[in-house]
Design a protein around this ligand. Structure first.
Ligand code: HEC
Ligand code: HEC
Length: 225
């Protein structure tokens, strides 16, 4: 037996950006209700509106990292051309608290796993704007540390993991070349104090470096390409 059902379709757009779509199937007649017990619960489909990487970057991240990932504020890292796996790892760890940073923890808390993947892919395909070393060019202390490490204190050469030109190694070691010296120096310092505790290898290396050595290699890295 067949019954015609009156269908009511209502779409409610909430201010929050969530889209709730409810479909109600209501009986057309009283006989129908009697013949067709028990009544099925109305189908309710809730679809959270998905944001594209473009929307997330331009409405949230761009203020600090620039729309193309080449931040112009030296304490905010450039994200352009960074390996996507590394960016994703950092976002997940800001969210979980494994990498502590008040600002970024709040940012990452708003992102789903899928958002993180998408924004990581977005920034990784942007073109990196190169930088210049202030004083640590070829032959400098910064270059010596980057390429040869510091023998006296067993600091390994940065190039061994981050590559001769600072491009890193996809999935394992982040790109460093062209990064702001102020940001690199700040990271080395917080690896040393343990405030950034999400990378045991880097904590062990930074523990053996002085401020002057960190500043020299950070300056060299800014000009590295
Ligand atoms: C209010 C400024 C601000 C906003 C907005 C912001 N960030 Fe950040 N971001 C920072 C700062 C500052 C750091 C460095 C944190 C530290 O020192 O550990 C950072 C670090 C990062 C890192 C780590 C990079 C690395 O090389 O380790 C990633 C990835 C990142 N941000 C992605 C994002 C994404 C994606 C968004 C948008 C959803 C965003 N950020 C929004 C300021 C911001
Ligand atoms: C044994 C391999 C290894 C060596 C050698 C090494 N690093 Fe790293 N480095 C890593 C890994 C792995 C990470 C990624 C940490 C993470 O996933 O959070 C990293 C991350 C970093 C970061 C953070 C980048 C960012 O965008 O926040 C900086 C800065 C850094 N290394 C600088 C150096 C310097 C300077 C040297 C040389 C004195 C060096 N590293 C030597 C493995 C290494």
């Amino acid at each position: 037996m067949q019954f015609r059902h009156a269908m009511k379709l209502s779409a409610i757009f909430l201010v929050s950006g969530l889209l709730t779509l409810s479909v109600h199937a209501a009986p057309a007649t009283a006989e129908k209700a009697a013949a067709n017990a028990p009544e099925k619960a109305p189908a309710k489909i809730e679809v959270a509106e998905k944001k594209t990487a473009d929307q997330i970057v331009n409405t949230v991240c761009a203020a600090c990292h620039a729309p193309d990932g080449n931040s112009v504020i030296s304490l905010n890292p450039k994200l352009a051309a960074q390996h996507p796996e590394y960016l994703e790892k950092q976002l997940a760890e800001f969210k979980s608290g494994k990498r502590a940073n008040a600002v970024m923890s709040g940012m990452a808390a708003m992102l789903t796993d899928e958002d993180m993947k998408n924004v990581a892919a977005y920034f990784s395909t942007q073109k990196l704007t190169l930088g210049q070393a202030k004083t640590n060019a070829a032959g400098s202390l910064g270059e010596k540390i980057y390429r040869g490490g510091i023998a006296a204190t067993n600091v390994p050469a940065c190039a061994a993991c981050h590559g001769a030109n600072g491009a890193g190694l996809p999935k394992q070691f982040p790109r460093l070349g062209g990064q702001h010296a102020d940001y690199t120096l700040a990271q080395l310092r917080i690896f040393r104090t343990g405030e950034r505790a999400n990378a045991p290898m880097m904590m062990a290396i930074a523990a053996k470096m002085t401020d002057a050595e960190m500043a020299a290699v950070a300056d060299y890295i800014q000009g590295l390409r």
